[in-house]
Design a protein. Sequence first.
Length: 271
Amino acid sequence: MATLPLTLVVITHNEAENIARCLDSVPFAAEKLVVDSGSDDDTVTIAQAHGARVVHQDWLGFGPQRNFATTQCAHDWILALDADEFLSPELAAEMERRLPALMAGGAPAAWLRRRTVYMGRPMRWYRPAVGERMARLYHRARAHWTDARVHESLRFEGSAPTFDAPFDHVNNPTLVHKQLKVLRYAELKCRDWLDKGKPARMWQAPFVYVLAFAKDYLFRLAFLDGWRGFMIAQTAASYALYKRMRYYEMVHNRASVERAGAALARHGLDR
């Protein structure tokens, strides 16, 4: 298959279960780059066996790690995927067809649509899981990632086209995986808030929970996906509440930042 002057970038840490599927879903990329932050499973070996160049970088946070990865690419156009994401055959074919014209123009980036596999099968109605628009394809001189430790986003100016076919995301193979991710992501977000001196407003917490649940369960149509939709809405609301409780603790007990970080590190959730 002919390749295009594009670098696929994947940032990894212990992704042996997922990395091959991700890399193999983009056969047209002239370069496949894995930026690994110290995996102690077979991630690196598998990535190299599937055609990737592997660069080690100690963990910087999601935004800084992605920006570092951008500097390591051989090509200006970059496709950023997580290890648990992969292109559908339909999107791979659409990209092969549309990328040459896109890359020859002046667009800063392009939007992709992501669909989510949850509890073993795709969600059907929950809006963020059936076509969430995400900027993942970009020209590195025209776009950059925010420096957030978590929930980073790609920033650019100007219009960007949208690809029609989706890419897939296998979202947390079990609820246990999800809860562990909640602990990690909440800690990273709270550290960002602490750096910025955000006030701790615990009086908002009950309202945050109710509004977050209502937003996902009702307005984003999670209720139409049955009990799986209820679980997604409840998990999202619990995450919103836990972040605020944890941040309150950070503000009023600064020693908890280091102690919690050490505990998370012992369980492989911080690095």
